[in-house]
Design a protein around this ligand. Structure first.
Ligand code: TRP
Length: 347
């Protein structure tokens, strides 16, 4: 992994959930622990969060430390990862301003993730320009650090495509290889790519209210798992796996060890699936197993979160040190960009 620079981030609009965990956080921890990279940045994207929350700044402000706590709780380590706040790095909006000139209006409104967000967010006719523009600012976030590996959820792929287009345009026009192309790092497990909500909606999302949060206590997890709607059937009737949220979650969360611990009648998920589709296993038993598995993953995370939550000074110290370092790196890239563009008059 030498020569690699890893960067990723999340919008602080609330606590992170198990969709974030299997979709990206787990990959980040794996990459951190494998080591060998030159730098690893994790950004709390408060400026991007404000693009559709300008009237709710307290929500964003309060979520900054919540998201940092989630990061630390899953095992990201401030000794190896630089955590920073987007709004604290002033080179980012400056880079964004220059990059905007490489992107046609028709291109930003064609971005599939932006399109589906506009459809679900109920902006009506007044979509903020800042929101339409966020993929370009995301290109600034990534290129300011010359990051090439971006562990994110699958829905971020269009932002990375936009970033690559900007990088190619810039390097071609200014005839300098200043900016670096990036690629997504996605989980290999298919179920983890896009975890559905507990209500069966294809996306787990705060705004829909169908999430299991990393910070949820055991009783809440149990209630949420039990609320998952399954296909009604007689217990001996064959179970159906297709679009079965219980099994999608099991695909994402359980391993052979989970069976040793909580369901020793079976050795692995394939065996359980076979028995389930043959009939004789009720959904209540599957829910019990799923609850045990999720709780087993979340208990140490929740405990670490609780242990860290009291020390707000320490959290702020991590962010302020990281933001200082991020400024140094981003300012250096901005200087290179301005050199390449020939707008370095007073050097
Ligand atoms: N768009 C990401 C999200 O919605 C957050 C983000 C902002 C990001 N800038 C980034 C992710 C740069 C990866 C790289 O969660």
């Amino acid at each position: 992994m030498k020569g690699n620079i890893i960067l990723t981030g999340d919008r602080p609009t609330g606590r992170l959930h198990i969709g974030h965990y299997v979709g990206s956080l787990k990959e980040r921890v794996r990459m951190q622990n494998e080591g060998g990279y030159d730098a690893f940045y994790v950004m709390i994207a408060d400026a991007q969060a404000l693009t559709d929350n300008a009237e709710n700044p307290e929500k964003i402000r309060n979520s900054v430390t919540e998201v940092l706590l989630d990061y630390l709780a899953v095992g990201l380590d401030p000794e190896r990862v630089t955590f920073f706040v987007q709004s604290g790095v002033t080179a980012l909006p400056e880079l964004t301003a220059y990059y905007m000139n490489f992107v046609p209006y028709s291109r930003v409104v064609r971005n599939p993730t932006v399109k589906s967000e506009i459809a679900t967010k109920d902006f009506g006719r007044s979509v903020p320009i800042g929101f339409i523009n966020y993929p370009i600012s995301q290109a600034a976030d990534i290129t300011a650090f010359k990051a090439n590996l971006i562990p994110v959820g699958e829905d971020q792929e269009p932002m990375l495509e936009q970033t690559r287009e900007i990088v190619r345009a810039f390097n071609r026009i200014y005839k300098k290889n200043v900016l670096v192309e990036c690629e997504a790092v996605l989980p290999k497990n298919k179920a983890s790519l896009r975890l559905p909500g507990t209500d069966g909606n294809e996306k787990m999302s705060k705004s829909i209210g169908n999430c299991i949060y990393l910070a949820d206590d055991a009783a809440t997890i149990k209630k949420k798992v039990n609320s998952i709607v399954t296909f009604p059937r007689e217990i001996n009737a064959p179970g159906i796996l297709e679009n079965n949220v219980l099994f999608i979650y099991l695909d994402a969360f359980c391993d052979d060890e989970s069976f040793v611990k909580f369901y020793p009648e079976f050795e692995n998920l394939d065996e359980l699936k076979k028995a389930y589709t043959a009939g004789g296993i009720g959904d209540g038993r599957i829910k019990q197993f799923l609850n045990d598995v999720i709780n087993d993953v979340l208990t140490p995370i929740r405990e670490r979160r609780e242990a860290l939550a009291g020390d707000v000074d320490k959290l702020m110290d991590i962010l302020s040190k990281g933001t200082k370092k991020a400024n140094e790196v981003a300012n250096a890239t901005l200087a290179e960009v301005k050199d390449a563009m020939g707008i370095n008059y007073f050097k």
